[in-house]
Design a protein around this ligand. Structure first.
Ligand code: ASP
Length: 454
């Protein structure tokens, strides 16, 4: 049994959903289909989820929302008409959205989640109706009825372990299950969405729960590429990689799969295949537990901006017991998570995602580190990028860091930080944001030219 998840661009229009129908029809083992909300049909289009967020926000401000409401409904009407479905499904969707808008707004986070989730929920109903219309034995299944239990904050749900047992019953169904991605319910029956892009997580949870033979994640690229095609022209295709490699790559900018989506599949050893709805015969990228060694030590290179560094120095820091803990406590008090923490003898840097900071928070942190930890020097710098070189083969090859640093030095850029995790699957370089592109190009040249498939 295979679980397939179709992303936003795969369900953005009637034409795309017809391709989904053909893909599901082509393989009877595709028994569970998870859908996103309709995404972008063209470059400047707006995703339905973003339309819904705008609608919810306007409604929370008690504005007249009829225009935003109609924009959302219009997307579904166009799809339903393009698929020759009758009025009934359009009415169901319109009533559903109307009821969600009329719900209690006492808790804005909860209200927002309700509206966001309608994007996938209503599309799943529509896709199930379409599947039936083309002769597939299909059924819409709601996450509440199926037992997808979550906890956590609005917009940041986490699946509970009990979910897996309950969802395993989907295996027994003789119909094709059409399941909305992106949300679950708390034990009290309250809807919570995952992070943005979270339909990938739903697909992975279902694949793990039913112990699927494969989790197919359909998107709009033939393969995952060794580097961002927006920076590198025709990058090498990755035919196979491990969960760990994908995890490291998606950490820094590989947006093909949500980084929380790997764990459920990994725990149950369900292989993941990234495939293209527009070219389903392309084999895609397989993500597996182990892979044979390739002649190439590096599998991919990714880069992500939006990092800041908190730099702290204090003479004899190395001998001060508890210094690191106290420093991290200050960050915890500000509800800030950190990414890396490279250190010297008398200094320590903590690398953070910049979106967690603003000038007030920065001032408070610097003040506390100075006064409570008596640091000699404290400052926060922003505009850093992390460049991550990833590959299982790196563990067994020598001289790789030398090749990487030599390549970076050829660009004239300065390396602000180097971090090699103990797993040795990745090597991370902190650089200034404005040097990111030229470094990526030079590293790609170093490790992937001449281009051969990994
Ligand atoms: N529709 C949601 C989003 O745009 C979830 C998803 O597509 O996975 O983030």
């Amino acid at each position: 049994m295979k679980v397939c998840k179709f992303g936003g661009t795969s369900v953005a229009s009637a034409q795309q959903i017809k391709k989904v129908g053909a893909i599901v029809k082509a393989d009877p083992s595709r028994k569970i289909v998870v859908v996103s909300a309709p995404g972008k049909r063209f470059e400047d289009d707006v995703k339905v989820t973003d339309l819904l967020i705008k609608l919810a926000e306007a409604s929370l401000r008690s504005e007249n929302v009829s225009e935003q409401f109609n924009k959302v409904i219009e997307r579904y009407v166009q799809i339903a008409e393009g698929l020759d479905l009758g009025r009934e499904i359009q009415d169901i969707i319109e009533t559903d959205l109307f009821n969600r808008l009329a719900a209690d707004k006492g808790n804005p986070g909860l209200f927002l989640d309700q509206l966001k989730a309608s994007g996938e929920d209503n599309l799943a109903k529509l896709v199930a109706a379409y599947f039936i219309s083309i002769g597939l034995h299909a059924e819409y299944v709601n996450p509440k009825d199926a037992g997808l239990l979550v906890n956590g904050f609005p917009g940041r749900a986490q699946a509970l372990l009990e979910s897996y047992n309950q969802l395993s019953c989907l295996r027994e169904k003789d119909t094709i299950t059409v399941f909305p991605g992106f949300f679950g319910f708390t034990e009290e029956g309250i809807l919570r969405t995952f992070e943005r892009g979270g339909s990938d997580i739903t697909g992975s949870i279902l694949a793990a729960a039913v112990k699927a033979e494969l989790y197919e994640n359909f998107t709009d690229v033939d393969y995952v590429y060794a580097a961002n095609p927006k920076i590198i022209e025709n990058p090498v295709e990755i035919v196979k990689m491990t969960y760990r490699e994908m995890r490291e790559l998606s950490y820094a900018g590989f947006s093909v799969l949500h980084d929380e989506a790997l764990m459920p599949a990994f725990k149950e050893s369900v292989p993941v295949c990234i495939k293209n709805t527009n070219n389903p015969l392309a084999p895609g990228t397989m993500i597996v537990a182990e892979r044979e060694h390739s002649f190439r030590p590096v599998t991919g290179i990714s880069a992500d901006g939006g990092f800041s560094t908190l730099y702290v120095s204090k003479y004899l820091m190395n001998r001060e017991i508890g210094f690191g803990r106290k420093l991290l406590q200050i960050l915890e008090d500000e509800e800030i998570s950190y990414e890396h923490s490279p250190s010297g003898i008398d200094n320590l840097s903590v690398i953070l995602r910049s979106h967690q900071l603003n000038s007030e928070i920065e001032e408070r942190i610097v003040h506390r580190v100075k006064t409570e930890l008596h640091a000699d020097e404290v400052h926060i710098n922003s505009n850093f990028s992390m460049i991550v070189i990833v590959g299982e083969g790196m563990r067994n090859s020598t001289g790789l860091a030398a090749r990487a640093t030599a390549a970076i030095s050829r660009t004239g850029a300065n390396i602000e930080m180097i971090n090699q995790g103990s797993s040795e699957v990745s090597l991370v370089f902190g650089v200034l944001k404005h040097d990111e592109t030229k470094i990526m190009k030079e590293l790609y040249k170093e490790f992937f030219v001449p281009a051969l498939v990994v």
